[in-house]
Design a protein around this ligand. Structure first.
Ligand SMILES: Nc1ncnc2c1ncn2[C@@H]1O[C@H](COP(=O)(O)OP(=O)(O)O)[C@@H](O)[C@H]1O
Ligand SMILES: [Mg+2]
Length: 348
């Protein structure tokens, strides 16, 4: 095992760098209601039902909307089996969203509701069947095949399982430099400098440059995946269950890292998770999906304090919503017990 996960100042005892503990009022909103007159009050304002969904439109001026989706739809044609022809799966059905720069939109919903499909559309991996995606105000042209590389580098994705996305035969330095080789014309020396700089930004060490993925812990591998995503200087990071495979204490560290990076680079996040305690920690706005549709959206505080849609309430009831401070306290108590009994902290 190479190195410890913990960094000074990033441990569990640190306060939330964004100061978004529960109860902190958020001003900024996300949603297609961004065009709402500023006089509308954030909460009651736009509690309106759209197609049976309870949708609260927060009072945000359109401001600097970095990512927007209008009526995004995605159908899959799947084989129904021998002689049964094909059937259509409506994975995403007319989803709207708008995320201001530097903010986090969380997408929640049970498995199969269309979260990853939407993630791939936003990241320009797959085109939508219909609808319009706008990145930094510009509609993405989907008819002409792959979008240009300049546009593709504006949106990057981090998956749940960094094992799958890291080539086991590639040294970390090369993992980080590769996106620059593919997307830029930077000379080799500069690629190397940038990769080393990024290692440090994500809390890894210069000597990690020449190591292989298997030499790292799960949390460290996720740091590498985040570093790789940031190499091309994206505006938007799509995080598809980025901490779901990690231990609780490591989850907290990676979430803190993401919060630091968001602040430093003014990144816009689309954060996908089924874990409401994580969403509560990281989200500015929450969008709840059910069978490909948005059934509720609103500011994190509004949705958590007063969920409007029956499905959101069921989701919340099924998941114990623990705040991050509570998770930290639990992990710290465990660590103290281990210390008292003379056990070593396992490398994470
Ligand atoms: N490549 C694909 N081909 C056919 N069906 C798919 C494909 N990807 C996803 N689906 C279907 O689309 C729906 C949404 O899947 P997905 O976006 O992966 O949901 P989630 O990430 O919320 O679990 C599911 O019914 C899934 O089976
Ligand atoms: Mg998924």
């Amino acid at each position: 095992m190479s190195g410890r996960e913990d960094r000074p100042g990033e441990g569990l005892g640190t306060s939330d760098p964004r100061g978004v503990g529960p109860g902190v009022e958020r001003q900024q909103g996300v949603g297609p209601g961004g065009a709402e007159p500023p006089s509308a009050k954030a909460d009651d304002a736009g509690r309106r039902a759209v197609g049976g969904a309870s949708v609260r439109h927060p009072a945000t001026s359109r401001g600097d909307i970095v990512l927007e989706g209008r009526g995004i739809t995605r159908d899959y044609h799947v084989s129904g089996g021998f002689l049964r022809g094909t059937k259509v799966v409506h994975a995403v059905r007319g989803v709207d969203f708008a995320v201001p720069r530097g903010k986090t939109l969380a997408i929640v919903g049970e498995s199969g509701c269309g979260k990853s499909t939407l993630a791939r559309i936003i990241t320009l991996i797959d085109p939508p069947t219909s609808g319009t995606l706008l990145i930094e105000g510009k509609p993405v042209e989907i008819s002409g095949g792959r979008p240009p590389r300049d546009l593709r580098s504006r949106v990057q994705i981090v998956f749940q399982n960094p094992h799958g996305s890291l080539n086991p035969r590639q040294k970390i330095g090369n993992v980080l430099m590769e996106p620059l080789e593919l997307n830029t014309d930077l000379p080799a020396a500069e690629r190397r400098d940038r990769a080393r700089g990024m290692l440090e930004k994500v809390g890894l060490l210069p000597e990690h440059f020449d190591r292989y993925p298997h030499m790292f812990s799960g949390g460290q591998r996720q740091r590498i995946a985040i570093a790789r995503a940031l190499m091309v200087n994206p505006a938007i990071l799509v995080l598809d269950e980025p901490v779901s495979a990690l231990d609780l204490s490591v989850q907290a560290q990676v979430l803190n890292l993401l919060a630091d990076l968001q602040k430093e680079f003014r990144l816009t996040y689309v954060f996908i998770s089924h874990d409401l305690s994580v969403v509560r920690h990281i989200a500015d706005e929450v969008m709840v999906m059910l069978r490909g549709e948005v059934v509720e959206r609103g500011s994190r505080d509004a949705v958590f304090a007063d969920p409007q849609h029956e499905y959101t309430r069921t989701l919340f009831a099924a998941t114990p919503v623990t705040s991050l401070p509570a998770i930290r306290a639990r992990v710290e108590r465990k660590a103290m017990r281990r210390e008292a009994t003379g056990q070593r902290h396992p490398a994470n």
